[in-house]
Design a binder for this molecule. Structure first.
Ligand code: PGA
Length: 266
């Protein structure tokens, strides 16, 4: 199993596909088979994760297991309570049984459309870590916040609240995705410099929280209209450890090309 870092101490790059509310079970089987078909042994040097909707997890798991694939499974959300009367919710144990190693939390779409707060994000982060699933916690500012010159303070606060009470070891194996809201699904990505600045800032905030050793091991991804046309600019940035990919993850060839770029970049 991959740690956050490789034997030489460098962080293992990560390409994670966030399928969002796309793909029925039949479509998900096809897409995961296509991605698996594109993959080869070299991909093991990158941590490749796909995060389909809950209803697709089992069938995508079957595809990946059948192919003995190194591609990992992630969920897009979770509820923090262990079980009980929470209609529509999915628990950490349910994800664990389907071998999810990762779970996205605090995506800006969850925050905006489903009222997810930093406190809820923190509960989800802790519930996941308690059972060994690694959170991919999203943070990122609106255009309004950026225009006001408050980006770094805004994301620092999201990180501090989201990671509150999480120990050094758990932080080291977790992931943060910097996703400026204005760049998500808009085709208007941040500049590589903006991404690097935010990702470096996130790492320094985490270093203040739990120490620079854990902060140095934790992966920070960029997300927001990352695609095959711009990934080569983001991936070499020193604090950008990969990408959280929305739209481009729905195309097997594009997603695979992004993995290949991550392999070359580091
Ligand atoms: P996008 O989405 O790549 O379609 O912009 C990224 C995300 O929301 O995770």
């Amino acid at each position: 199993m991959f740690g956050s870092t490789q034997q030489d101490g460098t962080r293992t790059p990560m390409i994670a596909g966030n399928w969002k509310m796309n793909k029925t079970t039949v479509e998900a089987v096809t897409l995961s088979q296509q991605i698996s078909f594109e993959s080869d042994k070299a991909w093991e040097a990158v941590e490749v994760v796909i995060c389909p909707p809950f209803t697709d997890l089992k069938s995508v798991f079957n595809v990946l297991a059948f192919d003995h694939s190194s591609i990992k499974l992630g969920a897009q959300d979770v509820y923090w309570e262990p079980d009980g009367a929470y209609t529509g919710a999915i628990s950490v144990s349910m994800l664990k049984e389907l071998t999810c190693e990762y779970c996205i939390v605090g995506h800006s779409e969850r925050r905006e459309y489903f009222g997810e707060t930093d406190e809820m994000v923190n509960k989800k982060v802790k519930a996941l870590l308690a059972q060994g699933i690694r959170p991919i916690m999203c943070c990122g500012e609106s255009m309004e916040v950026r225009d006001a010159g408050e980006t770094l303070d805004f994301i620092a606060e999201q990180v501090r609240l989201g990671w509150a009470g999480v120990n050094e070891e758990d932080v080291a194996r977790s992931v943060i995705a910097y996703e400026p809201i204005w760049a998500i699904g808009t085709g208007r990505a941040a500049t590589p410099e903006q991404a690097q600045e935010a990702c470096a800032h996130i790492r320094s905030v985490v270093a203040d929280l739990v120490g620079s050793d854990a902060a140095g091991k934790m992966r920070v991804l960029y997300g927001g209209s990352m695609n095959t046309g711009n990934a080569e600019l983001f991936l070499p940035q020193s604090d950008v450890d990969g990408g959280l990919i929305g739209g481009a993850s729905l195309d097997a060839k594009a997603f695979s090309a992004l993995v290949e770029m991550a392999l070359k970049a580091k």
